[in-house]
Design a protein around this ligand. Sequence first.
Ligand SMILES: Nc1ccn([C@@H]2O[C@H](COP(=O)(O)OP(=O)(O)OP(=O)(O)O)[C@@H](O)[C@H]2O)c(=O)n1
Ligand SMILES: C[C@](O)(CO)[C@H](O)COP(=O)(O)O
Length: 226
Amino acid sequence: MEQRKKIAIIVAGGSGTRMGSAVPKQFLELSGKPVLWHTVNAFKQAYNDMQIVLVLPEVHFDYVKPWLHEFSTGAGVMLVKGGETRFHSVKNGLHEVKEPAVVFVHDGVRPLISTTLIRACYEAALSTGSAIPVIDMKDSIRQVEGEANKAVDREQFKIIQTPQTFLSEWLLPAFSLPYDPLFTDEATVVERQGRRVHLIPGEEANIKITRPLDLTIASALLKEKK
Ligand SMILES: Nc1ccn([C@@H]2O[C@H](COP(=O)(O)OP(=O)(O)OP(=O)(O)O)[C@@H](O)[C@H]2O)c(=O)n1
Ligand SMILES: C[C@](O)(CO)[C@H](O)COP(=O)(O)O
């Protein structure tokens, strides 16, 4: 099978308002290392020729420099300034994609991503153009509109994860579209360009650390993984 350069754009440019911690959640400690260390490590473990583009506010470059040298072998890690929204952070990272590649876009705050899922995304994107990991809904859901609410069929919905993975020739043109607040992930941007995205099974453990309880859950999951 054809092989391609692999680039992981890891976005860590947010301020973590829902977490409410003094230090942004991507730098909080998880089993003795920053959350973001686990995320970068997962991509380096999956493929040692993986190029990492780490997107974060310039004021936070000093948080990561002390431990980044650990990942300097192979294609290394590049630091890029974050943007106003996640979309703008991804767009800044994409400026570093200068040759045909399989591009993974991953939340810096999903440190439990597995080697198996990263490799599955690579293979699926290489053969179909895109790979979006999803999991089933466990709870019942309701649609709320003002005072009214109604049950909806949860079988028609999926929970979307990252890494959202694409051939660079899919992703780069899509990000020249004007920003829309609905662009909360890359699948939405690529779809707006008229492409149909390919869903693959995600992982329950691939949680996004968003609120304080998620850090407790991530810590327990990491212990189980070891
Ligand atoms: N301008 C932004 C906003 C978000 N992100 C990143 O996108 C990922 C998912 O975003 P989210 O969990 O919403 O993080 P925050 O925006 O930091 O959190 P909150 O919405 O609670 O403020 C995170 O790794 C976050 O750092 C980013 O790179 N640039
Ligand atoms: C990309 C994402 O993690 C997919 O579930 C999600 O859309 C990020 O949303 P957030 O509001 O920026 O956390």
